[in-house]
Design a protein around this ligand. Structure first.
Ligand SMILES: [Zn+2]
Length: 425
């Protein structure tokens, strides 16, 4: 019998107009495939990797890290390049902000599920002290919301299409200065991997992380990879972390180059029960499959270790130090004098009770909508986060006929318009 290489494909490719793959049931990342690609493309790459490893070790020698001792919180400016062929692939801004929120929890040990860490490993859990911001300034110094959107003519990509993703001249989107930004490309990534990363040592034009649109963000992402951990895992690689099992194909000689993670033979999938022992760690408490650098489902990975933190900090300082002085998180030109909401219109007006608010926004805002009657009493209130220009229905059918004031409130301003309710309209 011929078996389809299902593990390679992470499910069988469905023939469809969108060239979408079946949703992944197992995590797999393209870290090693990508390293091999770079090895072949660029003869100098292996030597550069070795050099960076030495620089990281030297930095650590010069700057010994004490676990648990807070030094400084680094903020990493992020730009997300969304390449879309279908509207589903053009994920909303809220998916991007959800993802940044998830990263800021995972890297600051603020994730609500960190309590799932087994007692035996609790002392090893790190607050990595990295936080992430969506860029507010592009490489030219202009204001940005941290997202670029590019409509592409290609319905799906594999890891072999790296240039088509990362080079504008080939239909993709150029990286922003990799010394100042973490570039994340969102595409319809197929070929069985949820994402892949160029770790330190590769060309700056392709430096960053690529993630399948389905597994980016939280609300709206595809289970069981909908807690934002594909990005957490890939950014771990971006800061030169290695898979926790050492990528040694079941042997025990491989190492993740981190001292406080148990030796581990192979990757774990799904949601394993604790403990899990294997040939490399046959004794309690077993292996640390709940680490972000394993292959378990999003719901099962909850921690980085102090050793991983130290390694990431050394990578930041030895190789990605430009991030430390990047101005990518500072608002660029054009934002200071522009409020969150330019204006809004309301229609029809008069109406029997259903109005539509058309908001003209220049960035995402928390807005409050308040309606007051002629006596100044609040007769309707609501607040919400809005992420772009939109038309929002406003149901005031419960109010009696009359003249009311509609207030739209943001952090920076309050806009007021008169509305009239006339039954029978
Ligand atoms: Zn990986």
């Amino acid at each position: 019998m011929i078996l389809l290489p299902a593990m390679m494909l992470c499910g069988i490719t469905r023939i469809s107009a969108q060239h979408d793959e079946e949703d992944a049931t197992h995590r797999k990342c393209g870290y090693h495939e990508y390293l091999h690609m770079l090895d072949e493309e660029d003869p100098g790459f292996p030597a550069r990797r070795e050099m960076i490893e030495m620089q990281m070790q030297q930095w650590l020698k010069d700057n010994p890290q004490v676990p648990g001792q807070s030094k400084v919180v680094y903020t990493i400016p992020v730009v997300v390049h969304i390449l879309y062929y279908t509207s589903a692939q053009n994920i909303p801004y809220s998916r991007v902000t959800d993802q940044i929120d998830a990263l800021n929890k995972d890297f600051r040990k603020l994730n609500t599920d960190v309590g799932n860490t087994p007692n035996a490993f609790k002392s090893k859990v790190a607050d990595v002290e990295f936080q992430f911001c969506l860029a507010q300034r592009d490489p030219q110094g202009n204001w940005t919301n941290g997202v670029t959107r590019t409509q592409v003519t290609k319905s799906s990509y594999t890891i072999n299409d790296d240039n088509l993703i990362k080079l504008t001249a080939q239909g993709g989107q150029n990286a922003w200065d990799a010394n100042k930004y973490l570039n994340i490309w969102i595409v319809n990534l197929t070929g069985g991997v949820l994402g892949y990363t160029q770790p330190p040592g590769g060309p700056a034009s392709k430096d960053g992380v690529v993630i399948c649109y389905k597994y980016f963000g939280t609300n709206g992402a595809t289970a069981p990879f909908n807690k934002g951990r594909t990005a957490t895992h890939e950014i771990g690689h971006w800061f030169n972390l290695v898979h926790i099992w050492g990528d040694d194909n079941g042997a025990c000689w491989g190492s993740d180059l981190v001292g406080d993670t148990p030796n581990q033979a192979v990757e774990f999938y799904g949601i394993p029960a604790f403990p899990q022992k294997d040939a490399c760690t046959p004794d309690s408490p077993g292996v640390m499959f709940m680490n972000y650098m394993d292959y378990v489902d999003d719901a099962a990975m909850v921690m980085f270790t102090n050793g991983q933190k130290t390694r990431m900090i050394s990578a930041l300082n030895a190789y990605r130090s430009g991030l430390k002085t990047s101005d990518g998180c500072l608002p660029g030109v054009g934002i200071g004098e522009i409020p969150e909401v330019f204006d809004f219109t309301v229609y029809p007006n008069p109406a029997a009770g259903i109005f539509y608010l058309e908001l003209m926004l220049n960035r995402s805002s928390d807005i409050g909508i308040v309606v007051t009657d002629p006596a100044g009493r609040q007769v309707y209130t609501r607040s919400q986060r809005v992420v772009s220009d939109l038309t929002e229905p406003l149901d005031l059918t419960h109010l009696s006929e009359g003249v009311y004031l509609l207030h739209l409130i943001t952090k920076e301003q309050t806009l007021t318009k008169r509305i009239v309710i006339r039954k029978g309209y």
